[in-house]
Design a protein around this ligand. Structure first.
Ligand code: ZN
Ligand code: ZN
Length: 503
């Protein structure tokens, strides 16, 4: 029995409570229903944890060394437990686990160097010897687990579980992970409609632009073919490989001015945003990301990480730059920075709630960033470059709609690999490599690919309903600021609180 009435809590506390409740229910569901610990061998890997110890400069090295020393002792038991837990694994997760376990071995090697470098008398001579002994045993344990999995892969008798989780599990996982007002199948149907609608709009723009870019070529009667040609043509406009970071840096003041002029949202000028090269240890996949200050480090600037293309061949760089062409780069900046992730996270940090900061809702965070892309264009951003900008935006938007269709179809409707690749390359205009990676990701994850589209749809629909309800009293800036003021809460919670305050 509850000793208090939840409805009498403040709005912020009520959201916290509902986030915690979802967190607990979800934890129970994961351990009693989803049970990926029985079928996902890649979920057992000590690399991430030791990597954190090796790289976290906020903690003194001697302290980290001591922590590593203590943790190492339990590594063999950990991998034994892993082997015991795995019942019927999926082949795909097993294939992922084996190469990833090499990472576990290399972090153990790095720990050995770390001990030699940082042991300033904190560990005694005996402890140092013991440290090395523990390292050896840990390495053997990783080896043993990895070999056990390899054997399963080699054997023809191994019984595999399908990587497709099926509708009941998918629906529940969607409920817990996304926390949406829509069900998984509702969102799937919305995404299917959106795809048709986007194709229609893209075909319209393509026809409108055709003569400008292809004066000597007749427009193909096949719409999808014509759109693809137009996208390829527009993608040729891009910055040079050395000026990617500079271009991003130069773009930001334009965005800041635009949101001020158009009264889109207040931006606290005391919260700096720094564009920097992605630090070595975070590189891997090329691209851009935002590192926002954590809950306990509010004074640190927000970093906009951009991975330089140094390591790319001419061909790879060209392909990347075409993807992030002149138009797309601006949409990316809106998404990552202004008024996307950077601004949302500033507001989120102002909402003084550890609960929201730690259990922030992914669909709300990504949904907001995706929402701002459309909203900025609607408000007239890039007016001199339209309709080209819209066409590129639609391609971007099509990607998240198709991610949702893919995820749902693969896990609940048995979509084949061939159908999946067709969807991505023919209907979402993706390159073969991008599509192949997406197929891979879809086999290994569930629901996450739906979060962008679900968040966007929910925020956009809510704004439209507010516009309708409030009529001339609707104010975009006020809507945005109130929406963001609750922190990274699930969109249905934010809706409830905003509607209540309007009563
Ligand atoms: Zn080029
Ligand atoms: Zn994002």
């Amino acid at each position: 029995m509850l000793k208090f009435k939840p409805e009498r809590l403040s709005a912020s506390n009520r959201t916290d409570r509902s986030l915690l409740e979802n967190q607990l229910k979800s934890a129970i569901w994961y351990s009693t229903q989803f049970k990926s610990f029985e079928w996902d061998p890649s979920s057992y890997n000590t690399a991430g944890m030791f990597d954190l110890l090796l790289t976290n400069e906020d903690i003194e090295p001697t302290k980290r060394l001591r922590l590593a020393y203590n943790i190492l002792k339990d590594v063999p038991a950990y991998y034994d437990a892993a082997q015991n837990n795995i019942k019927t694994p999926t082949k795909e997760h097993t294939e992922l686990a084996v190469p990833q376990l090499k990472g576990a071995t290399s972090t153990l090697k790095a720990l050995s160097d770390f001990r030699k470098k940082h042991n300033n008398g904190d560990l005694s001579t005996e402890e140092q010897a013991e440290f090395d002994k523990r390292l050896d045993k840990a390495t053997d344990a990783v080896d043993k687990y990895s070999k056990w999995l390899s054997k399963k892969l080699e054997s023809k008798k191994t019984e595999w579980r399908s990587f497709r989780i099926g509708k009941p599990l998918f629906d529940s996982k969607f409920t817990y992970d996304i926390q949406s007002g829509y069900s998984a199948s509702e969102i799937y149907l919305k995404a299917l409609n959106e795809k048709q609608e986007l194709h229609r709009k893209m075909a319209g723009i393509t026809t409108q632009l055709w003569k400008k870019y292809f004066p000597d070529i007749a427009q193909p009667t096949d719409d999808l073919k014509a759109i693809k040609m137009m996208i390829d043509r527009l993608s040729m406009r891009h910055v040079s490989r050395d000026s990617l970071i500079i271009a991003i840096r130069q773009q930001l003041p334009t965005l800041v001015n635009f949101i001020k002029d158009k009264n889109i949202v207040y931006l606290d000028p005391s919260k700096p945003l720094e564009v920097r090269e992605t630090p070595e240890y975070m590189r891997g996949v090329a691209g851009a990301s935002i590192s926002s200050p954590g809950v306990f480090e509010k004074s640190r600037p927000t970093y906009y990480n951009v991975t330089p293309l140094d390591e790319y061949t001419e061909e790879q760089a060209e392909s990347y730059l075409r993807e992030y062409n002149h138009y797309m780069l601006q949409i990316l900046n809106i998404h990552e920075a202004i008024p996307g992730h950077y601004i949302q996270l500033i507001y989120s940090n102002q909402s003084p709630s550890l609960v929201k900061s730690i259990f922030g809702n992914g669909a709300m965070i990504e949904g907001w960033a995706c929402y701002t892309e459309r909203m900025m264009l609607e408000e007239g951003y890039g007016a001199t470059e339209q309709p080209e900008m819209w066409l590129m935006y639609y391609k971007w938007n099509l990607r998240i709609a198709c991610n949702t269709i893919l995820d749902y179809s693969v896990h609940t409707l048995d979509m084949s690999k061939e159908q999946a690749l067709d969807l991505l390359t023919k209907e979402a205009f993706q390159q073969q490599t991008e599509a192949a990676e997406k197929w891979q990701r879809c086999q290994l994850t569930q629901v996450q690919l739906c979060s962008y589209y679900t968040g966007l749809t929910e925020i956009y629909d809510f704004r439209q309903s507010q516009k309708k309800k409030l009529g001339s009293a609707f104010n975009l800036k006020a809507f945005h600021e109130q929406f963001l003021s609750y922190g990274s809460a699930p969109v249905p919670e934010i809706k409830k609180m905003m509607e209540e305050e309007q009563k």
